[in-house]
Design a protein around this ligand. Structure first.
Ligand SMILES: Nc1ncnc2c1ncn2[C@@H]1O[C@H](COP(=O)(O)OP(=O)(O)OP(=O)(O)O)[C@@H](O)[C@H]1O
Ligand SMILES: [Mg+2]
Length: 439
């Protein structure tokens, strides 16, 4: 009897619904839903045979809701019922989620059983904390990767972009960060990856040791744009939960480019005009909304965010790379030529910057990095001539010095994927290498 009463209480009091009035490509027009829905609201479309298709409102046009579906529209016809489900999607993350792999709805996909929901709902599309209420970025964080620790030192709550072409070592670098950084927990969003790669990343690169302290959100490239975009929101929402628990979270997203592509697909379907390179205006308004959610919190706890950006054809000035660079607090550039030379991680230190530097480092450390950069850039300027054998030793003392220190610095920048680095040790080692070099 109690159960029956409970069940009756749980029946939604008013089921609001509209009717499908038209379908154009991926976009469904829903009429008569009234003012119940807004952008981001969830509906369930009823297909033939009673199958329910989850959908999201992406636009409103002349009183009709324009919705896109999370699944196939097969069997959805004119007049089909479109039931209102929720104003806004939420998830309830929990500390026990560490070590798990989930989908865009935070449902487990690793076959390790159900996930325990936490006590507080987190909105998938939460707004970033207000700028004035936010803490400043904290002390520096040991990322466990030597070249990043020293040449682009990162603070707790900072956000860095990792810019790279395909196959230049993004995944390996992210897995090193997940395994070796001194963060309390890592939240990893694999957005729009090829299915095979997501699995390889989790099993081979991350391994059991990396996975144990991570929550991984996966949406593969074959899933609809709405799902891929939502996976990015879910990644942020989970990171926000851990941040609110006072944890220092490391958030890794691979890649923001695929998030932008998903938003473009949604925007174009909803009838937005394409602008630069086919990207729609909402791509450029959604990017900061997403990226700004990483950062320091309003109390203890922070989200340090590293976001990869695919630079197709190694064009670092394409619109997404440009937009992301403008939003984040620094960028790390991975270069194919460096990887081909056999130096991994293939970071071009001369083109990478962290905007928290030099503020977060000691004076002598800043000096050290300045010195190393100078040597590298002197070498870089002369690299062609040196390689051709056209440079004569002794003609310029600065170049001679750059040539002399080059091999040791290159070795310093190299780090195997199974090698862990320590922040303090990195600076000490660099100091040892540069001893005797002109300041
Ligand atoms: N630290 C490292 N040490 C040795 N080899 C590395 C290292 N990092 C990357 N590599 C080499 O580079 C290859 C490509 O790396 P990775 O898969 O991380 O690239 P990616 O940028 O993620 O590629 P994609 O764009 O296809 O996702 C690896 O298979 C490996 O051979
Ligand atoms: Mg990869």
């Amino acid at each position: 009897m109690d159960q029956l009463i409970q069940d009756i209480e749980n029946i939604p009091r008013d089921v609001r619904f509209g009717r499908v009035a038209g379908i154009r490509g991926l976009l469904v027009d829903v009429a008569d839903i009234g003012n119940a829905v807004g952008i981001g609201s969830r509906l369930a479309l009823e297909a033939r045979g009673g199958r329910k298709v989850e959908a999201e409102v992406v636009g409103i046009d002349q009183g009709r809701a324009q919705v896109m579906a999370f699944g196939s529209l097969e069997g959805v016809g004119a007049g089909a019922r479109a039931e209102f489900v929720a104003q806004e999607p939420e998830i309830q993350p929990d500390a026990t989620w560490a070590g798990r792999v989930v989908d865009a709805w935070a449902r487990p996909t690793d076959g390790k059983g159900p996930l325990k929901p936490g006590g507080t709902p987190y909105r998938l599309r939460a707004a970033p904390p207000p700028a004035y209420a936010r803490q400043r970025v904290g002390p520096r964080i040991d990322l466990g990767v030597r070249v990043l620790n020293t040449f682009t030192t990162c603070c707790r709550g900072q956000r860095l972009g990792i810019f790279a072409g395909s196959g230049v070592g993004k995944s390996v670098l992210l897995s090193m960060l997940a395994r070796y950084s001194k963060a309390d927990v890592t939240v990893i969003g694999l957005i729009g990856e090829r299915g095979r790669e997501a699995r390889e990343f989790i099993e081979d690169d991350l391994g059991p040791e990396g996975l144990a302290r991570s929550v991984v959100v996966v949406a593969t490239s074959d899933e609809p744009a709405l799902v891929r975009r939502q996976a990015a929101y879910t990644t942020l929402a989970i990171a926000e939960y851990f941040r609110d628990q006072g944890k220092d979270v490391l958030l890794l997203m691979d890649s923001v480019t695929r998030f932008a592509l998903a938003q473009r697909e949604i925007g174009l379907s909803a009838g937005e005009p394409p602008t630069t390179k086919g990207y729609t205006p909402t791509v450029f308004s959604e990017l900061p909304k997403l990226l700004e959610r990483a950062g320091p919190g309003t109390a203890q706890g922070s989200i340090t965010g590293l976001f990869t950006v695919l630079v197709e054809g190694d064009d670092h000035n394409e619109p997404i790379a440009d937009a992301v660079r403008g939003i984040l607090d620094g960028h790390v550039v991975l270069e194919r030529a460096i990887g081909e030379r056999g130096r991994y991680p293939a970071v071009n230190v001369l083109r990478s910057i962290s905007r928290a530097m030099p503020g977060c480092n000691e004076v002598d450390e800043t000096q050290l990095i300045g010195q190393a950069r100078r040597l590298l850039s002197t070498y870089e300027d002369m690299a062609e001539l040196i390689r051709l054998g056209a440079y004569r030793a002794g003609s310029d003392p600065a170049v001679d010095e750059a040539i002399k220190y080059r091999p040791a610095i290159e070795t310093f920048l190299t780090q195997g994927k199974d090698e862990k680095a320590d922040l303090g040790e990195g600076f000490d080692r660099l100091a040892g290498i540069l001893e005797g070099a002109a300041a």
